[in-house]
Design a protein around this ligand. Sequence first.
Ligand code: HEC
Length: 190
Amino acid sequence: MKQFSKLLYLLLLAPCAVWAAPQYLPDNKMSVPEDYRTWVFLTSSLDLNYNTAAAPDHHMLDNVFVDPASYQAFLKSGSWPDKTILIKENRMAESAGTLSKAGQFQVGVMNLEIHVKDEARFPNGTWAFFVSADGKAAGDLRPQSANCYSCHQDHGAVDTTFVQFYPTLMPIAKDKGTISAAYLKEIEAK
Ligand code: HEC
C-alpha cells in the first residue's frame, strides 16, 4: 500500500510540484508563488545588503530559491531557461534566543524579491524584478530604471543573476562557459 501511494504521488503530484509558471496580476503585479519554500535552495547570505531597509544595528539574512524545473535545466546547460523564477526572501536576524549564546538566526520576513525571465512579456531585457512588501502580498514590478536592473546587469555572473554567490551553480557555469564577459572582466581587474 505504501509503495502504491508513493507511485501515485510520483505519477500525479510530483509533476505539479516541479512545474511553476509565473502568475501575473493586473497593475503590473505578480503573485508570490505559494510553494516557493519547497523549491531548490541556492544560498543564504548574511548582511549582503544593498538596500537600506535594515537598520544598521540589525543583521539580515536572505534565502535564495529557484523553481525546480529551471534548476534542472541549469544543471544541464549552465544557463536559465525562459520562465525561470528566482526568489530572494529577506529575513531579520536575531541573536537573543532561548538557547543561543552566540550567533544569529532568522526570524520574520522583511520583504521578498522576485527575478523572473519571460521573453514574451519583457522583450526589452527578458528579465524583470518584482518586490513583495511583506513576502505574501503580490509583488510590484520595478521599472527598468530601477537600480535592480543595472546592478544585476553589471555584476551578475550569469545572465543578470548572481550565480557567483550560489556555490552549487558556479562550477557548472564555469564548466559550460556561460559566465558573462562583464563578470570575467570584473574578476580579472581585481
Ligand atoms: C548593488 C547591487 C544590487 C542591487 C541594486 C540589487 N541587487 Fe539583487 N542581488 C544582488 C546580489 C549581490 C545578490 C546575490 C544573492 C544574495 O544576496 O544572497 C542578489 C540577488 C538577487 C535575487 C536572487 C536571484 C538573482 O538574480 O541572483 C533577487 C530575486 C534579487 N537580487 C532581486 C533584486 C531586486 C528586486 C532589486 C531592486 C529592488 C535588486 N535585487 C537590486 C545585488 C543587487
